[in-house]
Design a binder for this molecule. Sequence first.
Ligand SMILES: Cc1ncc(C[n+]2csc(CCOP(=O)(O)OP(=O)(O)O)c2C)c(N)n1
Length: 602
Amino acid sequence: MQQALDAPSGRIEEPVGLPSISPGGYVSDLIVDVLRASGCRYVPLNPGSSFRGLHDSLVNHAGNRDPQLLLCMHEEIAVSLAHGYAKASGDVAVAAIHDLVGLMHASMAVYDAWCDRTPLLLLGGGGPAATNARRPIDWLHSAAVQAQLVRDYVKWDDEPADAQGLLDSVARGYQLAGTPPRGPVYVTLDADLQERPASGDAAVPDKRLRHPAAGPGAHPEALMAAARLLVAARLPVVVGGRVGLDPRATGALVGLVELLGAAYRDDRNVVAFPTDHPANLTGDRALLTEADAVLAVDLPDLRTVRGMPSSRDRARDGTRARPATLAAVTLDPLTPSSWSHAGQAPVPVDVPLLAEPITAVTQLHAAVEDLLSAEPRDARERRTRRVEELSARRDQLRARQQAAVSAAWNQVPIAPARLVAEVWEAVRDRPWLLTLRNTRSWPEGVWQFPGAGSYLGHSGGAGVGYGPGAAVGGALAARDRAQLGVAIIGDGDLLMAPGALWTATHYQIPLLMIVNNNRSFYNDEEHQHVVAQQRGRPEANAWIGMRLEHPAVDLATLARSFGAWAAGPVTHPDALAGALAGALRAVDDGQVALVDVHTAPA
Ligand SMILES: Cc1ncc(C[n+]2csc(CCOP(=O)(O)OP(=O)(O)O)c2C)c(N)n1
């Protein structure tokens, strides 16, 4: 990636007639003061009277700057925008949500953020709890313990009953969302309380109440057990997971992998290691079946390394449980859910390390170094040979991966692999952030990632409709550091929330969005094939109730209707480079550009 350029600022909707300094006269003004003091830059929202006090304060007290209000077409977009922004920036992100109906719209996006361990401070308008303050609509839109709706998939929620309690809870929300294991929190802001004049004794809480603590390190005994396991292994493999969002992870993982002479692979939908590193065997399906020791670093689902799982995995690898001894670093046991089964498959772990993952990897490095200082010479030689073998194995893997892309190169409809290769060629020499990518059909080894922080991963909860908002949120954080947000999105995902494009065009958030448009909710076509096979029924019917054809949606026109530059549908592979070049000229001009590409289902 090239050096970042000067960051553009985007459109600000300037309020008029404000005094140069607006005194904080209302409780909601003080809430905005807490947000500002906490470094909050944006509040995505769809408007609602349950937070009209807060809305007024954002505009007329804070002048719509730091934080700036970002209008979204749907609460799911507002929350997924915050989700993408938080993952790209590393910061706690805020969204405001109207009571009950807005929260119901938002709830899938909240679940995605919870599964993805993403730090969000969700501010929900609420009540008023005081019945004499309720308008007729408030009886429809308020509930006792409003947060009940999302309580099972937020880290914490609160519904404060007085002004100071409200300010304290917003501060505490910041702290809890940002403290590992991170996650979304939800604070109900009573509408009546928001709108009250601030009494003299309500004050912005001490900043130390907002500060998150660093996550814990690993227990020394567990650390030693993991270090011994990895040093003694014939073929140790390190697998990186959610740490792929934190740029600090790459140095720590590379250091440990090189010290051990281990192999490395990314977990599904994650990038934490440089693609061109000789130990990076991501995409090598046999690796985990051959490993005798695996270190899993912050994986949301350990079945991906342990095996033994779904019929689909068995069909792919031909394996049941993989025999390797497993050490796993995670903080997940600290936040179990009694409702969702996410991450709760019973996977045996030999050496559990309850620790903040990057801290634990750094600690492991030191422990392994100690052990290796007493290593006999023949063991060192074995390790050197292994590094050479792994490097050769990686070269062969890359050659196979390249051959697979070449074989599909001229395919019509366009192969997703060609699409990815062309997008990579188009953006490789500029500062990019990949905000979304194909989940099922990503061709490994084509896109050259420098490591963690360059790709935002997927939704977490596998909720389709996450993509459009998250792509815009990621592109917003990218814009602010003078990178270009690049999204490769499914047509089904885009069509669940296309209004996100308007938020991007309106606020001048440059974004390159390429639609991998197979004109189907194709993932589920595959399921109908499986059922048809199991039942001996015609697979030819798998497309029914899945395909987005007759008419195919004109995505370029849809994008233009939101103010974006658009091209497509691109149907021939040789037309891709030209369409992408046009899109890049548009984004260089500060626009949102969408390229609709008709691809083969894969
Ligand atoms: C909210 C939601 N509804 C339905 C699903 C089931 N589902 C999983 S993937 C998928 C298809 C998504 O289509 P698209 O984004 O076009 O990707 P494709 O599978 O075609 O590559 C669906 C409907 C889901 N995961 N989430």
